[in-house]
Design a protein around this ligand. Sequence first.
Ligand code: HEM
Length: 148
Amino acid sequence: MLVDLVLAILHHLAVFVLFAMLAVQLVWLKRDLDLQGLRRVAKLDIIYGATAGAVLLIGVLRVFFGLKGWGYYAESHSFWAKMAAFALIGLMSIPPTMKFIAWRKRAEGEPGWLPSPAEIRSARMYLHVEATIFLAIPIFAAAMARGY
Ligand code: HEM
């Protein structure tokens, strides 16, 4: 009972932090990004990835050590829809992460070089897609918690 409560609290906190980071990344990823801004976005992206890992770990712990157990979730369509949405967000986060790493490396190696507005726009597009899929997850979560 206490384990379930603690995991539920951690899950909610990690999920809110994850979404906040995605929103901050969108705000920081501006058209006129300088080297300092680029470093900041790249650093935030690493923390975003680590937080997503924490959400996954806590989520898996909830599945196995929560009150309902694996059997309940294994048969839940909304659980699998939620997992698919989470995996899709993970996939969508790969291209921007690769871009941030490459941009930072290039900007540090070639003084004066910065990503073009078109490149920044393309990275932002992936983040927008992630944020949109993210909104579906609490819907699936509420459904799965109630046996749909
Ligand atoms: C961005 C990712 C995620 C979001 C936004 C999210 C959101 C939520 C929310 C809002 C709830 C509460 C549902 C309710 O009680 O009405 C919940 C519950 C839960 N989540 Fe997640 N979640 C995420 C990722 C995951 C992952 C990756 C897993 C498992 C691998 C997971 C497993 C669970 C479990 C087991 C519950 C408990 C449901 C129940 O009470 O039966 N979540 N999630």
